[in-house]
Design a protein around this ligand. Structure first.
Ligand code: GLN
Length: 519
């Protein structure tokens, strides 16, 4: 087909569909609003009436951190219903539109100075991210045909957008808050999301072929989720497993120590319903290939939880370590703690393409470059990054402070690990999930990252008793062993993928007449 007769969705830029860049900029602004708001959330909650940036909520540190932990986890857990709504009713494209709109409202509400607005705003953001995040990621996968080797790289480019948003936000929001106060900061996040929405609406013509509503026909052939779920009551074995799980959840949740045990109780119950739903979906799948692929995606989520459980120390324990125990003086200038978190986003922008190219080249040379291998390798590299934190803790024990080079090296390894793992996992989900559950599986992936974040919080809290040295070395040992275990089991695990990643070649949209996800 000649370039002039190409339809907008078939046009390409730098070797990728233009639709990728529409999703890139939409997500960039969404992440700008998310990370911008996240950067000031906790400090706003604990700021007293006489704070230099204006009156905050005056909460205690513990109250603020607790709410923050739940908020960050919920944002991702709500991706599960967000994914289901897209798969079953709206299609991803509309779900992203609605999510973006709710986010503009949510951030806008936070800009209002009142306590009702605070919780309402957070609630809206949780709903908005839940609708947008899993679905926009699924759409990226939909831009590439099955077996197109460009898909992994497409996700890496998309990942640069995510981090560009985060880097811009973390550099700008602090300055805005310092000049005009908290609510101007929240308002800026709202305006950023509005930009995202505008880009998305403008770019619709480039994504006509992805994320569309499930057709009537595909719905007719489908069994409804309620029906799938109610099947549990037809099988005594499943019913027993489900009840045992629920009983355990109730026990574990409600006996959990601390004031938020009701939250844990509710979370565990929700998770046991999710597990039950997974069992039923597995049963309802028609072919063994579908079943095996579904299973291997679910298994990969254990690796995802381990990865984020370690990685997310960045926002908690490592941040406190930077603030309190690191010598941050450079040439007579005190480097502010949040800047160290910016290292992650900066390294991603620098290395994303190089790392994606490295793996693509390996693949073309027929060397091991399966997603599971990359994810396991990423987990090991990230885990090794904690060795530098062990050195830091050791140095602190001797000198009473530690050098900032340890943090830079730790974040460098964490980022390389993240680039081998995170965009690859997104791509992996879109390659292997059954098409009609694509967004649900993506939602589940994000929920796994959110649970990892919660694990990270719990681990970080125990540093008070165990000491950083023990926590950092424990994380190194656990992640490296876990990653090696996955590599040892690579063969049987890969067998479950039934060659979904074999024989990948470059395909272009002008050669295929548009496509939807997977099968
Ligand atoms: N930093 C990435 C993002 O914001 C990954 C987050 C996650 O998967 N939990 O999209």
């Amino acid at each position: 087909m000649s370039a002039t007769t190409l339809k907008p969705h078939q046009k390409e830029l730098f070797g990728h569909p233009i639709g990728l860049y529409i999703l890139f900029f939409t997500e960039m602004w969404e992440r700008f609003s998310y990370y911008g708001m996240r950067a000031i959330l906790v400090i706003y909650m604990i700021a007293q009436a006489n704070h230099k940036d204006g009156a905050g909520l005056g909460w205690t540190e513990l109250e603020a951190l607790k709410l923050y932990g739940w908020y960050v986890m919920l944002v991702y857990v709500v991706s599960i219903p967000g994914g289901i709504i897209a798969d079953r009713y709206l299609g991803q494209k509309k779900a992203v539109m609605i999510g973006a709109f709710i986010l503009v409202l949510g951030h806008g509400t936070l800009a209002i100075e009142s306590s009702w607005a605070f919780l309402t705003g957070l609630g809206l953001i949780i709903l908005g991210v839940g609708m947008l995040k899993p679905n926009i990621s699924t759409m990226v996968g939909g831009l590439y045909a099955k077996g197109d080797i460009r898909r992994d790289k497409g996700f890496s480019i998309f990942y640069i957008g995510i981090n560009l948003g985060s880097l811009l936000a973390t550099s700008v929001i602090g300055l805005i808050v310092a000049k005009w106060g908290w609510h101007a900061g929240f308002g800026t996040a709202g305006v950023a999301m509005l930009f995202g929405l505008i880009v998305y609406i403008w770019g619709q013509k480039y994504i006509t072929h992805v994320g569309n509503k499930p057709t009537k026909q595909s719905k007719e052939n489908d069994v409804s989720l309620v029906k799938i779920f109610s099947n549990i009551f037809n099988s005594p074995i499943h019913l027993v497993i489900f009840i045992a799980l629920l009983a355990f959840s109730l026990y574990a949740g409600f006996t959990f120590e601390g004031v938020d045990h009701w939250g844990y109780g509710a979370l565990f119950i929700f998770l046991s319903f999710v597990v039950a739903l997974m069992m039923m979906i597995f049963k309802s799948l028609e072919t063994q290939v579908e079943k095996d692929r579904f299973l291997v995606v679910l298994l990969s989520f254990f690796l995802v939880i381990v990865f984020w459980g370690a990685f997310e120390q960045a926002g908690g324990l490592m941040s406190i370590y930077t603030e309190q125990k690191t010598d941050r003086m450079l040439l007579g200038y005190l480097i502010p703690t949040p800047m160290f978190q910016g290292l992650n986003a900066g390294f991603i922008i620098l290395f994303a393409v190089a790392i994606a190219n490295f793996w693509a080249k390996r693949k073309l040379k027929n060397k091991e470059a399966s997603s599971l291998f990359k994810m396991a390798t990423g987990t090991i590299i990230m885990g090794l990054g904690f060795v530098f934190m062990v050195f830091a803790a050791k140095e602190y024990g001797i000198k009473g402070h530690s050098g900032m080079q340890w943090l830079v090296l730790a974040y460098l390894f964490h980022t390389i690990g993240e680039l081998c793992s995170s965009p690859v996992s997104l791509s992996f989900v879109t390659k292997l999930a059954p098409a009609k559950y694509a967004s649900l599986m993506m939602g589940l992936y994000f929920a796994a990252t959110g649970l990892g974040g919660k694990v990270a919080g719990i681990l970080g809290e125990s540093a008070g008793d165990l000491g950083e040295y023990t926590i950092f070395s424990g994380i190194t040992i656990f992640t490296v062993i876990f990653g090696l275990l996955v590599i040892a089991l690579l063969k049987p695990l890969k067998r479950l993928t039934h060659g979904a990643e074999d024989n990948e070649v470059e395909m272009h949209n002008d050669e295929t007449e548009g496509f939807e996800l997977a099968d």
